[in-house]
Ligand binder design. Structure first.
Ligand code: UDX
Ligand code: ADP
Length: 466
């Protein structure tokens, strides 16, 4: 039974891209609540506690300012998972749920082993009544498993140990996390315990308008997160499929986007053609959705959503093939410069980045590649391209200076829409490259008029003039 009128202490398990920024904003907006973010990864916690705010483990515009306001006031980072579960009235579970790599559902289903592990920790260490909130994206019906695990501990010695389980998916996008958290389109809370729902709602009411808070049953909330990501990813695959058609027909993807997006029923957002979606959510969630659909005997639904991923993979393959064709069908003894390795601008995250697949295609083709990214650590790229280190005919390296990366290069591929690439002096770059040289703009950030004044050959996604 809930015997408190408001939440005074929160514990968030998982100090990642979601847990860290989300708890920072909650602490900032709710000075009366103590927030402990706990994680089993000591190195990550140390980075969150680093006095040098440029060393936080997550790069997000505005995050360092929020952290500097609240850290060690009402926001704390530690590895004391058990201790802060027991001291909190509300526990967010915000751990990673990657695609399963083994057993039934491998390559599709979400691996919820970390979530289960955390739930067991909560079951063991909670005291009194605890509201357990799923923040991680999870398969529908996960709350049933969470409840089942928690219920086993209700018979423990501590007779007061009781739980409510809520689903409260996070909709922030990386790169705009702080803006999204401070001014969300909506907050979704799913559950069957009205008192618990209201207590969580009260937290958000500190800064979010009540009309933006949607309450549903548990399963609608869990499924809505998957559905939202599926709809967004579907728009990207839709526009990318048209980018290929534009290139063939002489149409222009920006003109098409404007014409289509100005229909209010369709809307202008998420219609930027590019190298395909990356990030930790879209692919994982759609794979999960197809797995669930098959599991529930709905293969037609699974097949429908699978096509969104197929187009995404094809877009990356198509870009690689275009580069190969323009460079006379061979990349051996050629240097290719990769501008941008993060899956989108304003993040240091490379999970499922289109750059990974495209670099691997190029390396398989014996190219030498030099990668520049203003935020991604070399150690991350090392992990992402690891199996390619020892290939006989190809190699890759990282450069901290994009002009050096462009030196003697046969082709530059822009893969992330970082602002610095929008300001490149192409006349200078022209002098650095080996001729005939190509620039491939997969993000449509270069003004074709400017680059066409140089001797550089130019290809841009979705332009029939290519
Ligand atoms: C996404 C959802 O937007 C967010 O609501 C959810 O909580 C997590 O997943 P995220 O992956 O962080 O967020 O970033 P998002 O801005 O959605 O971009 C995802 C990928 O799609 C990026 O690779 C981006 O470059 C690409 N994209 C996005 C496009 O190619 N075109 C677009 O128009 C928009
Ligand atoms: P997301 O993008 O969903 O935030 P991340 O991988 O960035 O995912 O972060 C998830 C965090 O959860 C990681 O820092 C990881 O160490 C942490 N984590 C995973 N399992 C546990 C666990 N059992 N207890 C505490 N923290 C965990």
């Amino acid at each position: 039974m809930i015997n408190f009128k408001s939440i005074k202490s929160i514990c968030c398990i998982g100090a990642g891209y979601v847990g860290g920024p989300t708890m920072a904003v909650i602490a900032d907006k709710c000075p009366n609540i103590i927030v402990h973010v706990v994680d089993i990864n000591q190195e990550r916690i140390d980075s969150w506690n680093n006095l040098d705010l440029s060393k936080l483990p997550v790069f997000e515009p505005g995050l360092a300012d929020v952290i500097s306001r609240v850290r060690n006031k009402n926001l704390f980072f530690s590895t004391k998972v058990a201790e802060f579960i027991s001291k909190s009235e509300l526990v967010f579970i915000s751990v990673n749920t990657p695609t399963k790599k083994y057993g039934i559902g491998a390559g599709k289903a979400s691996d919820i082993s970390s979530l289960e592990e955390c739930t067991r920790q909560v079951a063991k260490n909670a005291s009194g009544h605890t509201i357990v909130v799923e923040k991680s994206t999870i398969p529908v019906k996960t709350a049933a498993a969470v409840k089942a695990i928690l219920e086993t501990s209700q018979n423990d010695n501590d007779l007061n140990k009781t739980f409510s389980v809520l689903s409260n998916p996070e909709f922030l996008a990386e790169g705009t996390a702080i803006k999204d958290l401070e001014n969300p389109d909506r907050i979704l809370i799913g559950g069957d315990d009205d008192d618990a729902i209201n207590l969580l709602k009260d937290i958000y009411l500190n800064w979010v308008d009540k009309n933006k808070i949607i309450t549903t049953n548990l399963w609608s909330s869990e499924l809505s997160k998957l559905a939202s990501n599926a709809f967004l990813a579907q728009r990207i695959s839709s526009i990318n499929s048209f980018s290929a058609l534009c290139e063939e027909t002489g149409a222009n993807i920006d003109e098409l986007k404007r014409a289509v997006g100005s229909d209010k029923r369709i809307g202008e957002y998420f219609l930027n053609a590019g190298p395909g979606f990356g990030g930790s959510c879209f692919q994982k969630d759609i794979l999960n959705l197809t797995y669930l659909s098959e599991h529930f005997g709905l293969p037609e639904v699974a097949e429908y959503w699978e096509q969104v991923i197929n187009i995404n993979n094809w877009q990356q393959y198509r870009i690689y093939k275009t580069v190969l064709n323009k460079l006379f069908g061979t990349l051996s003894n050629k240097k290719i410069s990769i501008f941008g390795f993060a899956f989108k601008a304003d993040t240091n995250d490379t999970r499922e980045s289109p750059a990974i697949k495209i670099c691997k295609y190029l390396l398989d083709e014996s190219a030498s590649i030099v990668i520049h990214d203003p935020r991604v650590n070399e150690s991350n790229i090392d992990i992402d391209l690891n199996e390619y280190i020892k290939l006989k005919y190809s190699k890759w390296e990282v450069s901290s200076d994009y002009e050096l990366a462009a030196k003697d290069s046969d082709g530059i591929i822009i893969l992330t829409e970082w602002d610095i690439y929008k300001k490149i002096d192409w006349f200078k770059i022209e002098g650095l490259m080996r001729k005939p040289a190509w620039v491939f703009d997969t993000r449509k950030i270069i003004d074709p008029y400017v680059i066409k004044q140089t001797s550089l050959n130019f290809w841009q996604i979705g332009y029939g003039i290519n």
